[in-house]
Design a protein around this ligand. Structure first.
Ligand code: ZN
Length: 310
């Protein structure tokens, strides 16, 4: 069993409109945009990162806004819900705030003893807030939501699968343990994590497969401290028979990717070097940053991107 994985690093999804996406995460949820850059494979598409003040691993929601992309279809083989941690006793505040701002699909529920508020992102993205007692991660203080109500970071994600078996085995190999069960849901947890410590599997044998589109999670990334730990994880996965990509430099972390048996794309990302690698913490996310290979094309790239109004 691996011991290098310390919870989630980031969750990456797709959206249809950059401005709408930016406003939802910064103005409605009160996260900080910690990076404004472009897709490494398609520099005419933004890559937007939202999180806590410095974009700590376990807090970072990232998006590729593909203009006019059709909505995804929910189903099996995907992350069905991304769950954020908020302070105990704040769901009433959030219910009122999200309702006033026209957020759709609001609904209260309880899972594994946590009070939760479900809501949809701009493209029907599946989200929830979970009340967590004693989450020591500090919410972003510079946004429209106060620290006493703000988002600490991720609690975890729910993956909807047709079958638990192989994915459960993989999670155990990655250092997670099954800790609870409720109805169709099984909860896996990692110890010694960064706070984003839970993977809930919703097992629906008859569910049809999800279709990726706007509002779908593209992949979920797990955190390791550094490149040495990442290489250990990569070797262990390869030895177990997984097809893993080489290490890829993503400017703010190093990444490896592999497809899991249940269909979800996993990434292992390093905590180093972080989002303040190329801009001061005070000004994170303000300027358009470009990967090195695209810097000579800045004027053409900027001409193709619609500026985002803050
Ligand atoms: Zn990623």
């Amino acid at each position: 069993m691996l011991t290098q994985i310390k919870g989630l690093h980031h969750v990456t999804s797709m959206a249809a409109d950059a401005q709408e996406n930016n406003d939802f995460f910064t103005k409605t949820l009160g996260l900080r945009r910690v990076k404004k850059t472009v897709n490494f494979d398609a520099p005419d598409v933004y890559h937007l990162y939202y999180g806590d003040e410095v974009g700590n691993a376990g807090s970072v929601m990232t998006y590729f806004p593909f203009a006019n992309m059709g909505k995804g279809g929910r189903g099996a083989g995907e992350v069905s819900e991304t769950v954020f941690s908020v302070p105990k006793g704040t769901l009433g505040f959030w219910q009122e705030r999200l309702s006033k701002q026209g957020v759709k699909e609001l609904g209260s529920y309880s899972l594994f003893g946590e009070d939760r508020l479900r809501f949809a992102g701009p493209d029907g993205d599946g989200f929830a807030l979970a009340e967590v007692d004693g989450d020591s991660r500090v919410p972003f203080a510079g946004g429209p939501v106060g620290v006493s109500e703000g988002v600490h970071g991720f609690r975890g994600v729910t993956m909807r699968l047709r079958d638990e078996g192989a994915t459960g085995e993989l999670l155990k190999f990655m250092g997670y343990q099954p800790v609870d069960k409720q109805g169709d849901f099984v909860r896996y947890a990692v110890t010694g994590g960064n706070g984003a410590d839970y993977i809930d599997l919703e097992v629906l044998p008859g569910a049809s497969h999800a279709q990726q589109g706007a509002g779908s999670v593209h992949h979920v990334a797990f955190a390791v401290e550094d490149r040495a730990a990442q290489l250990e994880v990569r070797k262990a996965l390869l030895d177990t028979g997984y097809q893993v990509t080489p290490v890829i430099d993503r400017d703010y972390f190093w990444a490896i990717y592999f497809r899991t048996p249940g269909g979800v794309l996993f990434e292992i990302a390093t905590n180093e070097p972080g989002f303040n690698r190329d801009e001061d913490t005070a000004h994170l996310g303000e300027a358009l940053k470009l990967p090195t290979r695209y810097q000579q094309y800045r004027s053409q790239i900027e001409a193709h991107l619609t500026p985002i109004k803050d």
